[in-house]
Design a protein around this ligand. Structure first.
Ligand SMILES: [Zn+2]
Ligand SMILES: [Zn+2]
Length: 253
C-alpha cells in the first residue's frame, strides 16, 4: 500500500479501484477509451526538452554545464534534472496526476525522467528525500505528490525513501500567494519552513549522496533550502529530480 495517501482517502482509493474494475479506462487528455497511462497519440504530445542545465536543471535544447538561469545564484544542491517546462501537455500531465489521481502518468513520467538523468542512475546514491506537501495541499488533493514521485523513483532505483524532512508547524509566513513572491522572499520563507526531524536524523548517518524530489520547481528556493539542511547533517552530494521547471521561474528576483 502506498503511503502518499492521507488516511481519510483510503476509502476513496478503494472506490477508485472498484471503478477502475467496472469502467473502461479513459485517456486523461482526450478522454477516449485506451490502455493506461494514456493513448499513444496523446502521449507523444507531451513536450520534453532534450537537454537541461547540469547545475540547476533548467530545461534547454542541449545539455549545458551552467546557464543564465543559475549564473550567480547560490544553490545548495549539487545538480538537478527536469523533464521540461511546466507548460503545454507536460503541465496537463502533471495536473492529471494531481487533480485526477492518474498515478500511471506519474510512473510514466518518472521513467522518462530517470532515462534522462544519468546522474540519478549513477552508483552511490543512498536514498530519496522529498519536499513534503503542505497541510493545505494534502487536504486539497488527498495525497502528497512529491512523496508519490519519491516512492516511484525508489521502486525504479531500489533506494529507500527517507521521510526525514518535515514542515514546521505554527509558522507565521508571508501570506502573499507563493507565485507572487520574489526569489528573495521565497528563499527567506523556505528557510523557515522546513526542518530535519531530530528523532529521524539518525537515518542520515553515513549518507553522503541523496536524491531530492519535488514535483515542480519555480525558483529553486525550496529544494535549495532543504539541500542546505541536509548538507548541515553531513550529506555531500544532492541531486534534485523534478518533473518540470516553471518557464522563467529562475528569473524571479
Ligand atoms: Zn488521448
Ligand atoms: Zn542553470
Amino acid at each position: 500500500m502506498y503511503d502518499y495517501w492521507t488516511i481519510g482517502d483510503f476509502g476513496n482509493q478503494i472506490v477508485t479501484g472498484m471503478l477502475d474494475f467496472l469502467l473502461p479506462y479513459r485517456c486523461p487528455f482526450c478522454k477516449g477509451i485506451c490502455k493506461k497511462p494514456a493513448c499513444a497519440r496523446c502521449l507523444i504530445k507531451i513536450e520534453y526538452e532534450k537537454g537541461f542545465c547540469l547545475r540547476c536543471g533548467y530545461p534547454h535544447a542541449v545539455i549545458v554545464k551552467r546557464c543564465v538561469m543559475c549564473n550567480g545564484r547560490k544553490l545548495n544542491f549539487t545538480s538537478c534534472c527536469s523533464l521540461g517546462f511546466y507548460a503545454g501537455f507536460l503541465k496537463d500531465a502533471i495536473h492529471a496526476i494531481k487533480f485526477e489521481r492518474r498515478f500511471e502518468i506519474g510512473k510514466f513520467l518518472v521513467k522518462k525522467l530517470l532515462e534522462k538523468s544519468d546522474e540519478a542512475r549513477s552508483p552511490g546514491y543512498q536514498g530519496v528525500v522529498y519536499v513534503p506537501a503542505s497541510q493545505d495541499r494534502l487536504s486539497r488533493f488527498g495525497f502528497d505528490q512529491s512523496l508519490m514521485l519519491a516512492r516511484m523513483i525508489s521502486d525504479e532505483l531500489s533506494l529507500p525513501v527517507l521521510k526525514i524532512v518535515k514542515r514546521k508547524s505554527g509558522l507565521k509566513l508571508n501570506t502573499k500567494r507563493q507565485t507572487l513572491l520574489t526569489y528573495k522572499e521565497r528563499k527567506k520563507q523556505a528557510a523557515k519552513k522546513f526542518e530535519v526531524e531530530e528523532e529521524k536524523a539518525r537515518f542520515l548517518k553515513g549518507k553522503e549522496k541523496l536524491l531530492l524530489v519535488d514535483d515542480v520547481i519555480t525558483t529553486g528556493s525550496t529544494v535549495s533550502s532543504i539541500s542546505g539542511l541536509l548538507r548541515r547533517k553531513g550529506v555531500k552530494r544532492i541531486h534534485v529530480l523534478t518533473l518540470a521547471h516553471t518557464p522563467q521561474g529562475f528569473l524571479l528576483k
